[in-house]
Each structure stands twice: as C-alpha cells, then as structure tokens.
Design a protein around this ligand. Structure first.
Ligand code: CA
Length: 175
C-alpha cells in the first residue's frame, strides 16, 4: 500500500515538474515582434508615455498572464512602438493582435520612420477581446525602418483604456 501511494505521489510530482512547463514562454517563432504578448511587460517596446501604460492581468484566452493597457489622452495618443528588422524593398506582411476597448477606439498599425503618420491602421472598437489582423504589401525605402505602433484613444471624456495582447508581425513573402 505504501508503495502504491509512493508511486502515485511520484507521478503527481513528475507531472507537475515536467508536464506543464509551457506556460512561461509562448512559442511564437515566426513573430518578428519582440515580447508581442507583453509577458515581459514593456521589454522591446518604446513607451509614450510610460506612466500612462500599464501591464494588466486582463488577457484573451491565448494571452498568457499580461496585456498592455493604454489610457486615452487629449492630445497625441499614448502608444507603444517597436522598430522591426526588415530589409529594404517589397514585402508582404501580416500584422495581427488581440484588442479591446472601454469605448474609445484604439489603433494598431505601422509607419516608416521618415513619416509619423501611420501608413495603414486598424481601429480597435470592440469592448470584448477581439482578434484583428491585416495583410499588406509594403515597399520599405533604403535607410528607413518599419515601426509597429499600438496606440490608445484620442479623447478625455472619461478615463478609458484600450488593451492589446498577442501582437504579431509575420512576413508572408511568396517563396
Ligand atoms: Ca500576454
């Protein structure tokens, strides 16, 4: 009987130690964004303004433990930005994320560093976690850099927020 209990105990310990160790790292090999799920908070991202961006336990099903929460602003929207290492020339990209809002729209999109304006963007409009994605053909000039940008709302009617998680950028160039 003691042997049986010992065996069951060992199986439980083994399962606990080695069976469930995938939740710390979200495997995401083709993602060109660093820390796109914000499990390392703001690591890899430039925050404008850092004191208006928090990392929140409100996440979508595949979102791990943390998401990025951006407060709205009456002025240039607060944002998270990340430069991406893509070579100059033409590429087909797919940009996606999960997002939700408390009522004021957020935006995710990209620009090249020679221009502040987003070249393409999608509005985050749903108050429940929703998957947003876009595919686009870009033509990155020489000596320029692609920047992915997640931004909060332009408003100050109420202290509302926009959440982002599981942000991905993939090259889908024809082989
Ligand atoms: Ca996450």
């Amino acid at each position: 009987m003691i042997k049986l209990i010992t065996s069951i105990f060992l199986v439980i310990v083994w399962t606990t130690l080695f069976g469930c160790d995938e939740d710390q790292t979200i495997a995401d090999e083709n993602n060109l964004l660093v820390n796109g799920s914000f499990e390392d908070r703001g690591k890899g991202w430039t925050l404008f303004q850092a004191n208006q961006i928090t990392f929140d336990h409100d996440v979508p099903d595949t979102g791990g433990y943390l998401s990025a929460r951006i407060s709205e602003n009456w002025g240039e929207p607060f944002s998270l930005r990340q430069s991406v290492a893509i070579s100059a020339g033409q590429h087909v990209i797919r940009l996606s994320c999960w997002g939700k809002t408390e009522g004021a729209d957020g935006t995710f999109g990209y620009n090249f560093t020679h221009s502040i304006e987003l070249l393409k963007a999608i509005a985050i409009t749903d108050t429940n976690w929703t998957y947003y994605s876009m595919q686009d053909t870009i033509n990155l000039p020489q000596n320029d850099t692609m920047v992915v940008k997640l931004q909060g709302a332009f408003s100050q009617l109420a202290p509302r927020s926009v959440w982002f998680d599981v942000c991905r950028l993939e090259l889908t160039d024809p082989q």
